[in-house]
Design a protein around this ligand. Structure first.
Ligand code: PRX
Length: 650
């Protein structure tokens, strides 16, 4: 992509110089910089070493330091935080709960007691949380952290198959779920899925000892002998119990969160205690410039990293008052989000381009009539934002006065890496660009051969220096950690270590970063990360299927959606019934968010002579682009057939 082709319109805030000064100082000595930032937090023991780089890429931050996130998210606010609201919770069905910092601390202590005393959990044990967007989710996260246990939150939209894999990989003996939750007015029965997952996990060799069930809907469910209602369990816990936060080593594992990669097996991304805490605290401040009286709303799901960092740990460490909304953003009508903004006087609103595209499509009549004048900062995350959607957000939602903080980051990075930082000094914005790297972050764009790309030249985004929010590794798979993130551009012989996020990007002449999308076989469907191989594996479990190739097809709302090209075994014919069954496989093994938009039947797939599926050719055909070099193609007639079937089904 050339510089000229970038469709931007510049709007200026005067903060560029001040920001650049701050940035320059931050990278002169990153260890000193991060040490200063870490001193803003509560530690029970100061670190001996800011960064241990002896065994790269296994970096260790704040070694020797001890702390617990609870000290900074709860204890730190002390008595002055008592009455302050932590969460205004809004159920899809209109139910409301107001949870003050005091309520939250009391609840967390009771649940921590329950985990430790009743369920016998302790430091290093893993606990899987399969919960909808209810206050019990942050409560269990904090409670687990309080006793030194490692939480693994699994998005409540995932199917039982995906949950089972994650329980097994994390070796979790305790699972927390809810009876169900409302979604677009229907009831989702979560316990049922949790039970299926537990049965499946047992087949795979991991036995869940207890399922704790939160009563969200009061469904008349009979619980089995290994299952217990949370409210029954809490009846045995003293009302005002205090559980002293376990002193954690900074380099202990804080939590794991699974994300998709380029194999069928999801990766358990591990974050460390002190590094994640320090990074999130600071980046949150830079992104949202917290002020007294703010009402902050990150409209994501806690099941993803955005929710961990920007609904739970970031806002709580800053004593923010947040909105937590349970339901679908367009239910009961497409004005739901804006009516909540108006009613609660939301000042800071952070969401995904997908949601904005959806809400814009419904029409401005759903925005008008709501008082959005309280908004002073807007944000986006998860995928590139189209400049026209940016403009709509800026003008219609922000009243042409609220800057847009476009944050580029990943599950692996802990918090934003490239984004405007109004908490330091707001730089001029360009619609569609995440602007500049945050302090302490050294980013670059490289060519295939590792040399630096010219301004305007598309290449691979890389990070050249470690940062505190970086993942500590992949749970149970150190080799995959090195392979996935550090092999591509590093030069171990010369001790050069370069982090590879697998995104394409361009740096423009002003040094601004434009992230263009994934450079690997991972899709971004509605901002969610889904591995094509995971979907192919699910499709291949159908007895009629011989081969499957999944690619991303452009979608005006979701950005991209999976499209599957499937070949069948001898004796099977394409049919609507078969298509339905294959869809069902994906829904039940991965989850409804991964369901292919289209399933196309063919008699062969485009492959190289060595048998590798050439997804690139399918993508070019869908996008109507030239298919490029086909010299390695084994059987050119596969392309002709694909043209026909793809054309026929579009
Ligand atoms: O491709 C980039 C895209 O989302 C990927 C990370 O996905 P995940 O780990 O699920 O985390 C999403 C929430 C942080 C990145 O590799 N991405 C994320 N933010 C942006 C983005 N692409 C462009 N612009 C962004 N602001």
């Amino acid at each position: 992509m050339s510089q000229e082709a970038l469709p931007f319109e510049e709007r200026y805030w005067p903060g560029l110089g001040a920001y650049q000064d701050y940035y320059r100082r931050s990278v002169e000595d990153i260890e000193e910089f991060w040490a200063e930032r870490a001193r803003e937090l509560v530690w029970t023991r100061t670190w001996d070493r800011v960064l241990n780089s002896e065994n790269p890429p296994f970096y260790r931050w704040f070694e020797g330091g001890r702390t617990n996130i609870n000290l900074n998210a709860l204890e730190r606010h002390g008595s002055h935080g008592r009455g302050r609201v932590a969460y205004y919770w809004i159920g899809e069905d209109g139910t409301r709960r107001v949870i003050s910092y005091d309520d939250l601390a009391r609840y967390v202590n009771r649940v921590a007691y329950l985990l430790r005393e009743t369920l016998g959990m302790g430091k290093g044990d893993t606990i899987t949380l399969y919960l909808p967007m209810i206050p019990e989710l942050p409560v269990f996260m904090l409670a687990a952290a309080r006793i030194g246990a490692i939480h693994s939150v699994v998005f409540s939209g995932f199917s039982s198959g995906a949950l089972a894999d994650r329980i097994v990989d994390a070796n979790s003996r305790i699972l927390v779920t809810a009876d169900g939750f409302p979604r677009r007015g229907r009831t989702i029965n979560l316990v049922e899925r949790a039970r299926e997952a537990v049965a499946r996990a047992k087949e795979l060799g991991v036995e869940v000892e207890k399922i704790v069930v939160v009563r969200r809907l009061g469904l008349g469910i009979e619980l089995g002998k290994r299952e217990a209602w949370l409210d029954d369990l809490l009846r045995e816990v003293p009302d005002k119990v205090y559980v002293k936060p376990m002193e954690m080593e900074s380099t202990d594992v804080f939590f794991i969160l699974y994300t998709s990669g380029t194999t069928g097996k999801p990766k358990g991304i591990m974050h460390g205690v002190g590094g994640y805490m320090t990074y999130v605290y600071n980046v949150f401040k830079w992104n949202w410039d917290p002020r007294p009286g703010d009402v902050y709303w990150c409209a994501a799901d806690i099941g993803w990293i955005t929710g961990h960092t920007y609904i739970v740990y970031g806002p709580l460490m800053h004593g923010m008052t947040s909105i937590m909304y349970e339901g679908a953003p367009d239910y009961p009508d497409p004005g739901r989000i804006w009516s909540i903004v108006g009613e609660y006087g939301v000042t800071t609103f952070y969401t995904s381009p997908t949601l904005l595209r959806l809400l814009r499509k419904y029409g401005d009549q759903w925005v008008e009539g709501h008082d959005l004048s309280s908004l002073r900062l807007l944000g986006t995350v998860g995928e590139p934002i189209n400049p026209d959607v940016w403009k709509w957000y800026y003008e219609k939602i922000g009243g042409s006065s609220a800057p847009i903080v476009d944050t580029w980051w990943q599950t692996e990075t802990g918090a934003a890496m490239i984004s405007p930082a109004p908490g330091i000094s707001l730089v001029p914005l360009k619609p569609g660009s995440a602007t500049l790297p945050l302090p302490g972050i050294v980013a670059d764009v490289l060519r295939d051969d590792g040399s630096r790309a010219e301004p305007g030249e598309k290449g691979y985004l890389v990070i050249r220096r470690p940062w505190p929010g970086m993942l500590m590794g992949i749970w149970g798979d150190p080799e995959r950690y090195v392979e996935t993130y550090w092999r591509r551009f590093s030069d171990p012989d010369n001790n050069v270590w370069i982090y590879y996020p697998a995104d394409y990007a361009v740096i423009d002449r002003d040094g601004y970063f434009w992230v263009l999308g994934r450079a690997d076989e991972v899709l971004k469907v509605a901002g969610h990360r889904i591995g094509t191989i995971e979907l192919e594996d699910a499709i291949l479990t159908h007895p009629a299927v011989s081969e499957a190739a999944v690619v991303g097809a452009p979608d005006p709302v979701k950005g991209e959606v999976p499209l599957a090209v499937v070949t069948l075994k001898e004796g099977y014919e394409p049919s609507e019934e078969l298509e339905k069954e294959i869809r069902e496989r994906v829904r039940s093994l991965v989850g409804p968010i991964a369901e292919p938009k289209k399933i196309v039947f063919a008699t062969k797939l485009p492959k190289t002579r060595s048998g590798k599926i050439m997804r690139r050719i399918i993508i070019s055909l869908i996008q109507g682009r030239p298919i490029g070099d086909t010299s390695t193609l084994e059987d050119p007639s596969a392309v002709e057939e694909l043209k026909r079937v793809l054309g026929a089904s579009s």
